[in-house]
Design a protein around this ligand. Sequence first.
Ligand code: SAM
Length: 377
Amino acid sequence: MFPLVPHGEIRSTVRDVLAELFLDAAALCRDRSPLTHTLLVSAAEDLTRGGTTAKVMAGSECDRKGSVPGLRFASALHRLVLEGRAPTLAKHYPTVGGEPHLPTLWADALPVLDEHADELRALIASTVVQTNEPGRSAPLFGGLHTATHLAAEAAGRRTPFCVKLLEVGASGGLNLRPHRVAYRFGDTVLGDPGSPLVLDTGWTARPPVDLTHSLRLVGRAGCDLNPVDVSTEEGRLHLSSFVWADQLARWDRLQAALDLAVLDPVPVRRAAGPEWLADQLAQPERDVLTVVWHSVVWQYASPADRAMGRAILADAAARATPMAPLALLVFEPRRTHDQTRYEFQLLLKLWPGGVSLRLGAGAGHGIPFEWNTQPWA
Ligand SMILES: C[S@@+](CC[C@H](N)C(=O)[O-])C[C@H]1O[C@@H](n2cnc3c(N)ncnc32)[C@H](O)[C@@H]1O
């Protein structure tokens, strides 16, 4: 026989587990977003007390840690602020011109939670954490130049290849325009100097190839399990709400990338990576370098999808020729060589020929980034 546990006690235990998840999420942003950190720590305390946060999170108490309920909570509140429906809270949010005053933040959040509890509950229950970081276009840009240069060298061509760019896990597709972004490096502007999206690359060096010629993208496509349609107000609001509201540089990059997407739309298909790739890679294209790209996706893919993805790529690699080459370019967290920590590495494989390089490493959002080419075992 199991001992009988009173209902109220079970409820509070479940809430305590959820409060722990809120504190885990708070720890993620402690050094980078004091606003989100304070909000989540206060919400965790409120949860354990059974306060308004418990009402807002009702039904989501048993959500998986990986679904990051705390960030969904913060994003739902941010969304109300962005929609102009939480004026008392808005004064703390830099994304709408406010300035955080952390000692009074929670007192100003509570009436908003109370007033919009039902709506927030429904939103949090139906939302998945979804981001798209345009800063990752900077390592992509350098990586594409390196790949087109090496593929041309291997094929004995004097001019770099045109590129067909295939992105797995593209989210809103904001990194599908690497040739239409301006990249500041010292006094130089690379890429498209007229672009609304200007990235301060923070590069300490540059890749050892000519970055001044134009990248010619003759095909671009992306897929995602949960694509965001950035041509709609809803899609833009969705991605915007997941930016931590006191990270203004990141916010500005996202808004500029959304503006660029309006000028140059590229739809993202709803599909799992492997099936979509199999379709896209069915026919090698002559005189084109086909590049499969993914950034911060691998950790979210299921073991089955990873295995299938590898097999599909190996199959396509076996069909690649010097005049129809294939590249895999990824920006993903990996353990450092000495195994002591994780870093975000840019890795390149090229077929035929089997070139395999670690091109460099940088911050998770792609900026800053340090170029330093080494073999990738
Ligand atoms: C952290 S986001 C990164 C988005 C984008 N690559 C970027 O760098 O901004 C991870 C994305 O991968 C997608 N994803 C995860 N597993 C996937 C799969 N098996 N096939 C396609 N997309 C997947 C998620 O839906 C999510 O949009």
